[in-house]
Write a protein that binds this ligand. Structure first.
Ligand SMILES: NC(=O)c1ccc[n+]([C@@H]2O[C@H](COP(=O)([O-])OP(=O)(O)OC[C@H]3O[C@@H](n4cnc5c(N)ncnc54)[C@H](O)[C@@H]3O)[C@@H](O)[C@H]2O)c1
Length: 211
């Protein structure tokens, strides 16, 4: 059964939480509830999507290491082919160049691209930066499958089309443009405005419930 998107997002966050508790023998659903704010019935439902070995849970709770491993296996986060590139190295894109969160994650940044050659020359990163016209050569050569799209909105669709031609199959779209992509290609839209909107809607619903 396909895993619903909110479940996949919570499971991915849960794997990171479990990493922080890898020293513990067990972590219970109520501890997870306390740390995440998710109701324990939601946590149990999310975990029911995983294929679990019998010894993963005891009366004391879940084995954190084994549960994190099961989550990454089910979400395909354990696979090694998770090379990413950043496209658009402006204010937002260049902020990822020094983001240490990729270390220890299943994803690695392998290349950055910008249409402005000056940006490519000025910026420093632990991986190579290229002018955009090199995407066609570099993306297949490195086997990069994911792109983090940080170009101006007007350039988003044309850049996404080019990335797909080069072999990209997944795009994290930071631009406000909604992309149209062929089947087999996945897009994840990330927006601070949508996140604030979701928070505001939840708070409004909680307040309406109290009245
Ligand atoms: N998702 C969010 O919450 C969020 C937050 C801030 C900004 N944004 C969006 O992120 C994008 C980038 O914002 P920014 O402030 O970094 O913009 P910016 O103008 O600072 O940077 C854009 C970069 O893209 C490069 N570029 C332009 N066309 C390109 C192309 N075809 N191929 C490759 N590179 C190209 C430019 O040279 C520039 O370096 C915008 O679409 C903006 O609306 C989203």
């Amino acid at each position: 059964m396909p895993i619903p998107r909110p479940t996949a997002e919570r499971l991915s966050q849960l794997a990171r939480l479990l990493d922080q508790h890898s020293h513990a023998a067990a972590i219970s659903s109520s501890e997870i509830e306390h740390k995440t704010g998710w109701p324990s019935h939601t946590i149990r439902k999310d975990i029911s999507f995983l294929e679990l070995d019998a010894d993963i849970s005891t009366t004391a709770g879940y084995n954190p290491v084994a549960l994190a491993k099961a989550i990454r296996k089910t979400l395909n986060l354990a696979e090694t082919d998770s090379k990413c590139c950043i496209v658009g190295l402006g204010r937002l894109g260049s902020a990822f160049l020094e983001y240490s969160g990729f270390a220890g994650s299943p994803f690695s940044l392998c290349a950055g691209f910008d249409s402005n050659v000056n940006r490519v020359e000025i910026l420093k990163a632990d991986f190579p930066l290229y002018p955009s016209f090199k995407m066609k050569e570099i993306i297949p050569r490195f086997g990069i499958k994911f792109a983090i799209l940080c170009v101006p909105p007007q350039q988003a669709q044309a850049t996404a089309d080019k990335l797909i031609e080069c072999g990209i199959t997944g795009i994290v779209n930071f631009t406000p443009s909604l992309l149209s992509v062929p089947s087999g290609i996945e897009v994840e839209n990330v927006s601070i405005i949508d996140a604030l909107g979701a928070l505001a809607a939840r708070l409004a619903a909680e307040n309406a419930h109290k009245e």
